[in-house]
Design a protein around this ligand. Sequence first.
Ligand code: URA
Length: 444
Amino acid sequence: MTMTEIIEKKKEGQSLSREEIDYFIDGYCKNGIPDYQVSALLMAICFQGMDEEETFHLTESMLASGKTLDLSSIPGVKCDKHSTGGVGDKTSLILCPLVASLGVKVAKMSGRGLGFTGGTLDKLESIPGVRVSLSPSEFFEAVRKVGMAIVGQSTELVPADKKLYALRDVTGTVNSIPLIAASIMSKKLASGSDCILLDVKYGKGAFMADKDQAEKLAKEMVRIGMRFKKDTRAEITSMEQPLGLAIGNILEVVEAIQTLQGKGPSDLVDLVLHSGTTMLLQAGIYSDAKKARSALEKNLDNGKAFEVFRSFIKAQGGDVSFLDNPEKFPTAIYSYPVKSLKGGYIKSIDALDLGLISMELGAGREKKDDMIDPTAGIVLAKKVGDYVNKGDLLLTLYTERANKRDLLSRALGDYEFSDEAVTPGPVVEETIRLVDGEFEIEKE
Ligand code: URA
């Protein structure tokens, strides 16, 4: 077997065997296959795709490239959740403590933000003192004691993904359903949880621009997870407008605190309650969705979810006085209100462009090593469906960078208006499960 034969085979649209996939993953990880050959194969996969068996074998092979976590010493059902990322997506900060407050154990590995999407680790690190690299024993201890922990991806898990992702990033080969599915699922499986909930976002502010593609990716990942005997479900969620009101690290942490205290924006609360219900059903803590949802609602209102959030931040070295008094967080030097030039119902808000603006304000990175400004970002005053009068505040931009006034008119252009009333769609549009080999799709 040679790498050239494998590339030719995929180029012709044939399926690769398990042995061929192992050969290329193993060879690449051991530096025995050069980047140019792997790039050629990745590009062939982008054009020709991979069937179910190949995608499964790719996941298996990537998983076998490193260690896997054994969480069995932590009592209880361990549940992981993963979002494919979007603008203003601070769900993990709320959902993880909320489900942990009801007995689900969450041992989560998260990533940093790149481009227009934010990353949970950056958001957490905007709380003074928080450490996202814990030793394995600290990580296990935190999950055991607090019920949850969120840390950076361990370099010992799935080293194949680290190498492959870096190469995909610079060779235009990120956007392939089998490659994304194997990349995400190998990491989720290596993290050792019993159940996995996937939030697959689609829309302007997400990886997958259209819903069909998001559904395909979701099904592929659910199939892989179930073959590994993990209860894996996926939600298809809309990212046509930013999630919640805040975009940017400290701004999102403050919104997460408000939501954990029962004062969150309705779309964010809806998503958290929906995902939380699914996770409680997956963990077997509830068998009735309505009861699960009302338990979650109760713990948002009575402060129990916030208490877990506080303990989690404390366990990871964070200064909880910032959670108790969010006004202690630093604020950006400049704040620019953007007001509407006309009246009407808001028809759409361009999530992608607001994500890019937020990055320009300093909240995100263009390149992996860029510094971020935790105070920078955007707070929306109005969302899709709201009525505004001329002169009403639409959003405020926050930045430490001078000369960003030009972004005001650009942000204004991201709002579209209608004379007719507009009803925003549900945030979670579908929940996908695999039952007895058949997909069950529950539509909202
Ligand atoms: N996120 C991942 O972890 N991998 C991909 O390939 C795409 C998004």
